[in-house]
Design a protein around this ligand. Structure first.
Ligand code: S3P
Length: 167
């Protein structure tokens, strides 16, 4: 595991519903550092909810906003959208500016969590297509992560402390 310099950021990656935002917030409270979630920053900056961006402008437009936003974040702890790894330039930027932590969660757990959670445009598809997306993404998350944290059956506090311990 790559030890990081003080100035490095901490990027949380992982599938929708893997807990990136809750864990990010918790980490920033424990470590007393700044925190941002790229999805919220997109909604704030472009004054539009993510489902509306997907519906009215399409995924490509969203990906462009996501890349632009990622390149402007100043916070030390950054939770990203599940599709941040779709663009090489995003991955390169994260690698250059910090440590990438993958919050791993299995498909069934993700499914349960997303049932209760808010609407995600890319989850609004058949079971087969959801699985396909999950498998495709997991390969990328594993490939790009400096650190993998298994979140199965763990509460937010435990996950945050595991990250701090490993970091
Ligand atoms: C996406 C994940 C979402 C959001 C958008 C697209 C994806 O973020 O960025 O709906 O491509 O996986 P979360 O991972 O926070 O749900």
């Amino acid at each position: 595991f790559k030890r990081c310099e003080i100035m490095d950021k901490l990027f949380l990656i992982g599938f929708m519903g893997s807990g990136k935002s809750t864990v990010g917030k918790k980490l920033s409270l424990i470590l007393n550092t700044s925190y941002i979630d790229t999805d919220s920053l997109i909604e704030e900056t472009y004054q539009k909810k993510i489902p509306a961006i997907f519906k009215e402008e399409g995924e490509n437009a969203f990906r462009k906003y996501e890349t632009d936003i990622l390149h402007t974040v100043t916070a030390e702890i950054v939770s990203t959208g599940g599709g941040i790894v779709e663009k090489d330039e995003n991955v390169k930027w994260m690698q250059k500016n910090g440590v990438i932590i993958y919050l791993q969660s299995n498909f069934d757990e993700i499914t349960t969590r997303l049932e209760k959670d808010s609407f995600r445009p890319l989850w609004d598809k058949s079971l087969a297509d959801r699985r396909k997306l999950y498998i495709k993404r997991v390969i990328m998350y594993e490939q790009y992560a400096d650190l993998v944290i298994d979140t199965t059956q763990k509460d937010i506090e435990a996950i945050a402390h595991e990250i701090i311990h490993e970091y």
